[in-house]
Design a protein around this ligand. Sequence first.
Ligand SMILES: NC(=O)c1ccc[n+]([C@@H]2O[C@H](COP(=O)([O-])OP(=O)(O)OC[C@H]3O[C@@H](n4cnc5c(N)ncnc54)[C@H](O)[C@@H]3O)[C@@H](O)[C@H]2O)c1
Length: 275
Amino acid sequence: MPPASPIAVVGAGTLGRRLALMFANGGAEVRITDPVPDQVTEALEFVSAHAPNAPGRVVAVPSLKDAVRGAWLAVEAVPERLELKRQVFAELDRLTDHDIVLASNSSSFPTSRMISGLDFPERVLNTHFYLPPLINAVEVMSSGRTSRAVLDSVLGALPEFGFTPVEVRAESTGFIYNRIWAAVKRESLAVVAEGVATPAEVDLLYRMVVGVSTGPFRVMDQVGLDVALDIENGYAAEREGLPEGPRALLREYVERGFLGVKSGRGFYDDYREDS
Ligand SMILES: NC(=O)c1ccc[n+]([C@@H]2O[C@H](COP(=O)([O-])OP(=O)(O)OC[C@H]3O[C@@H](n4cnc5c(N)ncnc54)[C@H](O)[C@@H]3O)[C@@H](O)[C@H]2O)c1
């Protein structure tokens, strides 16, 4: 599996095009495929705008079969729907030699939930990227059946493409960082739900003490409060005993149509309609 071989990126949206950019910048030939032609066009434009002199290149290919031919790695960045991920992995498993590494960029589903029925599940793993090229951390997690050799080869190859990998040492919904961030958000919401502070006061303290430019409420507004609620509901469904207050507060905002930046108002009301 020499990293000099091509890399297939399945899905050309927000993440897929960013992965293509990083891999091309690291010298790889990237084959990108997406059923929506405009997405592919935009992905190619994105790469040439951000890395006009990349040593590698990104080529658009019409099918998964063409994308994976001769590749050493295929990364899926299709929408976050488990059934779709399962279908994509079933097809990848069928189309590729058994030694091609298959990685999922899911934000929430461990690959243990995508491998039933596959002939070669030992080459499947999670690679949870963030928002490259801005945030180049990546969490690498076994499905429980991933071979050690595959994990080591991915952990070894990612730095060649500008990534800093961290291995997740036990199966974990939310990997590592998202769990920590979920706890910060949950307690921030609890503080406001209990009337201890306002969102702006929490953000002010958080920014000053932690030394960052944005506090948790401003971030939740950017992500979307409906999305933040879905994420917290997902954790609550998996783990008993999470407090109800933070979810109740988010639900109250969502039910009033205050979804954050995208609706013009969330915890803050200083967003213009078009911002
Ligand atoms: N956006 C983020 O900040 C972010 C960060 C980390 C992880 N993720 C994860 O990355 C994955 C992709 O998210 P995104 O934000 O890029 O989504 P997106 O909606 O921007 O892009 C998904 C792309 O997949 C394409 N697609 C749909 N079905 C396909 C198929 N069968 N084969 C190939 N392409 C297909 C869509 O046309 C679309 O272009 C999700 O699992 C998400 O949870 C996203």
